[in-house]
Design a protein around this ligand. Structure first.
Ligand SMILES: Nc1ncnc2c1ncn2[C@@H]1O[C@H](COP(=O)(O)OP(=O)(O)O)[C@@H](O)[C@H]1O
Ligand SMILES: [Mg+2]
Length: 246
């Protein structure tokens, strides 16, 4: 479904991504991990069209999307949720999700449904119960994540790029947000690439894990394979000592 081939990304003289090759099949739940600054968000930025890769190619559902703009990529079926939630603060929670529904690719079924009732359906799906007038500023961190996911789902993605959806959450919220991702995968059959720092949660849910270090893929495999890979252990031990590569 997604084929990233030999992608490089430079920021000035700094190479953030080095020859990234990544293949994700339809229906897969893929984890993407790596120390701080290893290039995880940059991969999402090049897939979603925020940055053009400096070299290489990205194909989605058989089409070359390397040169596409972010809105075109969203219409093609790729949506992301951001590491730091970015709701429109002046709009109600329901309006935020409605915007996703209006912006999304809009298949025949959703075109028939009123966008704001569709928005309520997605809010219910992620387990966020709010009044008509609730503003994003009133939500807890856990519920802001639910909003972010509802807004992403309203665009009808085939592929969801989820960037650290658990960061800043307490233990109970971590469990709940993980369950929402599981539900997205199981009930909606949406392919997910999940970048997460909280490894235990990620390793429990994903089928395969790709590990980045200094902009390069250093390992890929099942959670069991990856967690006993010496290169991976070394990358994370290094991180504990220095706290970050960035
Ligand atoms: N727009 C940018 N301009 C310059 N450097 C950037 C930019 N975005 C990311 N970087 C750098 O690229 C590296 C990877 O960043 P990022 O992909 O955000 O890492 P991660 O998400 O794995 O923590 C970091 O060293 C970061 O400083
Ligand atoms: Mg990041």
């Amino acid at each position: 479904m997604l084929e990233v081939s030999a992608v490089d990304k430079f920021f000035g003289g700094f190479q953030a991504l080095k020859q990234i090759n990544l293949q994700v099949t339809e229906g897969e739940f893929r984890g993407l991990i790596g120390p701080n600054g290893s290039g995880k968000t940059t991969i999402f930025n090049v897939i979603s069209g925020v940055y053009k890769p400096s070299a290489g190619k990205i194909k989605f559902l058989g089409k070359d999307i390397t040169e596409h703009t972010p809105d075109k990529i969203c219409h093609a079926g790729i949506t992301r949720s951001f590491q730091i939630p970015r709701p429109f603060k002046e709009m109600t929670v329901v309006e935020n999700v409605t915007l996703g529904a209006l912006f999304g690719k809009g298949n025949a079924a959703s075109a028939k449904e009123d966008p704001s009732s569709e928005a309520r359906r997605w809010l219910e799906f992620v387990g966020l119960r709010v009044d008509e007038n609730t503003m994003p500023g009133e939500l807890t961190a856990g519920n802001l994540r639910r909003l972010e996911l509802a807004r992403a789902l309203a665009t009808h993605p085939r592929l969801l790029l989820a960037d650290e959806v658990l960061s800043g959450l307490n233990q109970e919220e971590i469990t709940q947000a993980s369950m929402v991702l599981k539900k997205i995968r199981e009930e909606l059959k949406i392919t997910i690439i999940w970048v997460e720092h909280i490894m235990r949660a990620l390793m429990n849910l994903v089928d395969r894990v790709t590990v980045l270090d200094y902009g390069q893929i250093i390992a890929e495999g099942t959670p069991e394979e990856v967690s006993r890979n010496p290169k991976v252990i070394e990358a994370y031990l290094g991180e504990e000592e220095t706290s970050s590569h960035a």
